[in-house]
Design a protein around this ligand. Structure first.
Ligand SMILES: *Cc1c(COP(=O)(O)O)cnc(C)c1O
Length: 218
């Protein structure tokens, strides 16, 4: 099943769109099924689970931290994480930089924007992002690289609403690309999950985070 699901999705993804297989709560055996089918990028949203799976599974897996990350837990994933999706504060950026430096790494991160109608504690708005990017603290971080943006649309079947939110994230990306990141590294727009990834791609996503459509419901 997992392999069929994976193939089905892969066959429908444009070439420029990267698939993050979201394996949270799923056993290593499920991950290995996808791995043996060629998938190398997996996403988790809990630090403890991410660390355990990284230790137990093949070392050429690229692990993405897709969930909210607490500052005091950055140290556990800093040695190996390949992309942190949900960075939404200066405090967190600063800590990632500190831990990356400790491990002589540069860690790639995405700025998380709050685009949904649902109230959530997480994600920046445009002016908060601007403020963060102007700050002295940020300008002095040498061991992080902001490579794009991430967001989650409202959980609704109102297609118009979802499209509007994805379009907002795409416009934040385009603005920041012009004003702050006129470079080749800043290129990722992480948006789209099982229920809405086709809409996300239509609105400019180039990284989708898909769990239940691959591995089954949680
Ligand atoms: C769980 C999760 C996903 C995947 O959700 P599915 O609906 O199972 O595809 C994507 N992004 C984030 C941030 C998640 O926590």
């Amino acid at each position: 099943m997992i392999l069929d699901n994976l193939r089905e999705i892969e066959n429908n993804l444009p070439k420029n769109v990267t698939l993050v297989a979201v394996s949270k709560t799923k056993p290593n055996s499920d991950i290995m099924t996808a791995y043996n089918g060629g998938q190398r990028i997996f996403g988790e949203n809990k630090v403890q689970e991410l660390v355990a799976k990284h230790e137990e599974l093949p070392k050429d897996i690229e692990w993405h931290m897709i969930g909210h990350l607490q500052t005091n837990k950055v140290k556990y994933i800093a040695p190996f994480v390949s992309l942190i999706h949900a960075v939404d504060s200066l405090k967190l950026l600063k800590e990632i930089n500190k831990q990356a430096l400790k491990h002589s790494r540069t860690i790639d991160v995405l700025l998380q924007f709050h685009i949904a109608e649902e109230s959530s504690k997480f994600g920046l708005n445009k002016s908060e992002a601007e403020e963060l990017l102007r700050s002295e603290v940020f300008l002095n971080t040498k061991n992080i690289r902001i490579v794009g943006v991430m967001g989650m649309a409202t959980f609704t079947d109102n297609e118009k609403q979802v499209r509007k939110e994805f379009r907002l994230l795409k416009s934040h990306f385009d603005d920041l690309k012009t004003t702050h990141f006129n470079n080749d590294h800043f290129k990722i727009i992480s948006m789209g999950m099982s229920g809405d990834y086709k809409l996300a791609i239509a609105e400019g996503s180039n990284m989708v985070r898909i769990g239940s459509t691959i591995f089954g419901s949680r």
